[in-house]
Design a protein around this ligand. Structure first.
Ligand SMILES: Cc1ncc(COP(=O)(O)O)c(C=O)c1O
Length: 452
């Protein structure tokens, strides 16, 4: 007998209780049909009917280490037996070591960590730190972005999830980031896109007033809104603008960090050191909720003699931090960052290029590591998206049919607007990846029916 005996073990009861009592995120409650999941292992999860899905979404692009990694599960069990909770004002071994290890893999002088429970609280606190550090209040955030669902984070978010929370907090100014395939600047080359996107930022600073701008936040590689890899020179250019005007550069690496892009932090691809990095998701693959802000020495020093006005009951939760320690050790031992990088260059990139050749509905493929997007169009020449921006109902049918075809064949895709993302766990094997890409290839025949 354990205290967990009696939890329902049949899918029908799990679902009935969910429908009666669980209120779901981002959903019209009566219109959803949550699939009850019985188990998960490696890159696969399984429902109560025994049907398995190869996960090309890493859940919400967070299960970087894969499901139920035995060493990570064992470390959580071990630490739970030692200390399940202690409040943030005490010093705790797991927290101290997690902070040290995260700072060790971070670029530059990002030597301090403020721990949170997830990504939104990380961006929320980065926003507050930047404002207090600079004494300014405006923050520039990209239209094509997601930064979380709390007040400041959702106001910084550029995608439609922001609309329901408006008017939001004051002082957030949205900008267009680079996106060569659908340039807001009518550019025709990546270099031109970089130059024009940087000029756009300079123009905004001019009209908003440089002395009012605390921070520019960006997802190093824009995640849910398209796996937008910045064109050459863009991040270096943003760094230069921030230095010129005394603006804090915040890299939101909640999705892009911890191996996803084939580096510890995606920004390592460009050798740029931001002032703050937000992280969550891949830091411990969500086995226990954890996020945080990596803080430069200069910003940390602002709060040497002055109180930082922020905190959380579970900041640096010992069980979460112990799982981060174990996860980062496993990443080192098993070469997971290198594995992710190799999968991108040796398999996903080349295979998606072949898929793009075969399917008229594929407009562009792009990405790094295990962080890829396949952008679907009705017409390659006009680049008309397969479904409109933020499509729902019948407008979204082509994407819904494509996703259903993947699921029917045992692949769980991540779709967003007119794209499907290839974002499996960083630990996926080459054989599994090949199987998943073969299913994607087949399912894209559905999208082709809508393309000319
Ligand atoms: C780039 C980015 N920032 C912040 C968040 C918010 O993280 P959380 O859902 O843990 O609050 C997400 C979540 O998807 C994200 O992708």
């Amino acid at each position: 007998m354990t205290e967990l005996d009696g939890i329902p073990t049949d899918g029908a009861t799990v679902k009935a209780l969910d429908r009666a009592h669980v209120f779901h995120s981002w959903s019209a409650q009566a219109l959803i049909d949550p699939l009850p999941i019985a188990s998960a292992s490696g890159s696969t999860f399984t429902d109560y009917d025994g049907k398995s899905y190869l996960d090309f979404s890493s859940q919400l692009v967070n299960v970087n280490i894969g499901y139920q990694h035995p060493k990570l599960v064992a470390a959580i069990q071990e630490y739970a037996a030692r200390m399940t909770t202690i409040q943030p004002s005490f010093a705790n071994d797991a927290r101290s070591e997690a902070a040290r290890m995260i700072a060790e893999v971070a670029p530059g002088d990002l030597n301090r960590v403020f721990f949170t429970n997830g990504g939104a609280e990380a961006t929320e606190n980065a926003l507050r730190m930047a404002r207090l550090h600079t004494g300014r209040h405006k923050v520039f955030a990209a239209y094509r972005s997601y930064h979380g669902a709390t007040a400041g984070a959702i106001t910084m978010t550029g995608d439609p999830r922001r609309w329901g929370a408006e008017p939001g907090v004051p002082g957030i100014v949205h900008y267009w980031g680079p996106y060569p395939y659908r340039s807001a600047f009518h550019s025709t080359t990546p270099e031109e896109e970089t130059a024009r996107a940087l000029q756009h930022l300079r123009d905004l600073i001019m009209v908003e007033g440089a002395g009012t701008v605390a921070a520019i936040i960006l997802e190093t590689i824009v995640g849910t809104n398209g796996v937008l890899v910045p064109p050459p020179g863009y991040l270096v250019g943003v760094r230069e603008i921030c230095d010129e005007f005394g603006i804090v550069m915040i890299a939101d690496e909640v999705m892009a960090g911890f191996g996803r892009a084939g580096e510890w932090f995606a920004i390592d691809h460009w050798g740029v050191v931001p002032d703050l990095i937000t992280f969550a998701k891949g830091v411990n693959s969500g086995y226990v909720p954890l996020g945080g802000v990596l803080i430069s020495d200069a910003i940390a020093a602002t709060f040497d003699e002055r109180v930082y006005p922020g905190g959380l009951t579970y900041s640096g939760h010992p069980l979460a931090c112990a799982s981060a320690v174990a996860s980062i050790r496993i990443f080192h031992e098993e070469g997971i960052v290198e594995h992710a990088r190799g999968l991108g260059t040796d398999m996903i990139g080349p295979e998606l290029a072949k898929i793009a050749d075969r399917h008229p509905s594929v407009g562009e493929v792009r990405g790094l590591g295990v962080f890829w997007a396949v952008e679907l169009v009705r017409d390659r020449a006009t680049r008309e998206p397969l479904v409109p921006y933020n499509a729902s109902g019948p407008d979204a049918a082509p994407m819904v049919e494509f996703a259903a075809a993947c699921k029917q064949r045992g692949l769980w895709p991540m779709t967003h607007f007119n794209r499907t993302h290839v974002v499996p766990p960083c630990t996926i094997s080459e054989a599994e990846l090949r199987d998943g890409l073969a299913i994607l290839d087949e399912a894209l025949d559905i999208a082709d029916r809508y393309a000319s």
